[in-house]
Design a protein around this ligand. Structure first.
Ligand SMILES: [Zn+2]
Ligand SMILES: [Zn+2]
Length: 275
């Protein structure tokens, strides 16, 4: 079993529990390396990202927990950073996110469409459908192209270590109601994003939260994991835990999938370092 859990959320963003509860549960579960990756602050308000004024307290609390529990578990602090191609966001993140001392950053695309402040397609299916209709004229191929285009840009331009849930665009695609993952256009979009990721040296996560949300495959789907393997893109295992009991959600299922694919999801270097 993987003994790390590095994609986690706490009450600093939309997670359910205090950071200390995350650490205590991780110790109980026999996890050796736990990392915090709250949704990073943004220059506009949402109900799921950390308010900018809380960032110092977040980093101080992680440092305090490291002091208190460091002999029982390795604690890392990072952020899950949104990629939004807008100068106001880039400027804000340069000063408030990328300038901070963090052990790692998970880069994610949750926002799509052409409005600003932008809309997240991840929060509700109604919102996903609204963005699809208003910004892409209802055309799923165009929306997906914009999604994977942004994933590729993020890998190329921003200082992130891990690409979060790389095929999140399938979030509401239960029973392939919006598109088929076997469509040639879809495969081409994914391949282009993977080529950019491979060139960037970033890691990709196998994120088990897709199973938690009722999808039949994790993020990303099995064929994409196999392509990552072929392209030498390192894979790490993530639960995207929003509550302590999710820290190792479906890890066994994920590990059997990884071993079937011949993928070794060992502890990444940013979590293993000792300083
Ligand atoms: Zn995310
Ligand atoms: Zn997350």
């Amino acid at each position: 079993m993987a003994t790390y859990s590095l994609h986690t959320h706490s009450s600093y963003c939309d997670g359910e529990a205090a950071m200390e509860d995350v650490v205590l549960t991780a110790i109980e579960k026999g996890i050796h390396h736990v990392g915090f990756s709250s949704h990073a602050p943004l220059p506009f308000e949402t109900d799921w990202t950390m308010p900018p004024q809380d960032l110092d307290r977040y980093l101080a609390e992680a440092a305090d927990l490291r002091q208190r529990y460091g002999d029982r578990i390795t604690i890392r602090v990072g952020l899950e950073v949104d990629y939004v191609p807008h100068p106001e966001v880039a400027d804000f993140q340069a000063h408030h996110v990328y300038a901070r001392a963090l052990d790692y950053r998970i880069g994610s695309v949750h926002f799509l469409g052409d409005g600003y402040p932008p809309a997240s397609f991840d929060g509700s299916e109604e919102e996903f459908r609204r963005i699809l209709k208003q910004s892409y004229g209802g055309d799923m191929e165009t929306m997906s192209a914009n999604y994977y285009g942004r994933v590729a840009e993020m890998a190329t331009q921003r200082c992130v270590d891990v690409i979060g849930h790389v095929d999140l665009i399938k979030r509401w695609n239960l029973n392939e109601q919006y598109f088929s993952g076997a469509e040639p256009w879809y495969r081409r979009q994914v391949e282009a994003a993977l080529a950019a990721i491979a060139a960037s040296g970033r890691l990709v996560e196998l994120n088990t939260s897709a199973w938690r949300k009722g999808l039949s495959e994790p993020y990303p789907s099995e064929w994409i994991l196999a392509r990552c393997r072929d392209l030498d893109i390192p894979i790490i295992l993530s639960a995207d835990a929003h509550a302590p009991d999710q820290l190792d959600f479906a890890y066994e299922r994920a590990e059997s999938l990884l071993s079937r694919l011949g993928i070794d999801a060992s502890l990444p270097a940013f979590a293993a370092k000792t300083t």
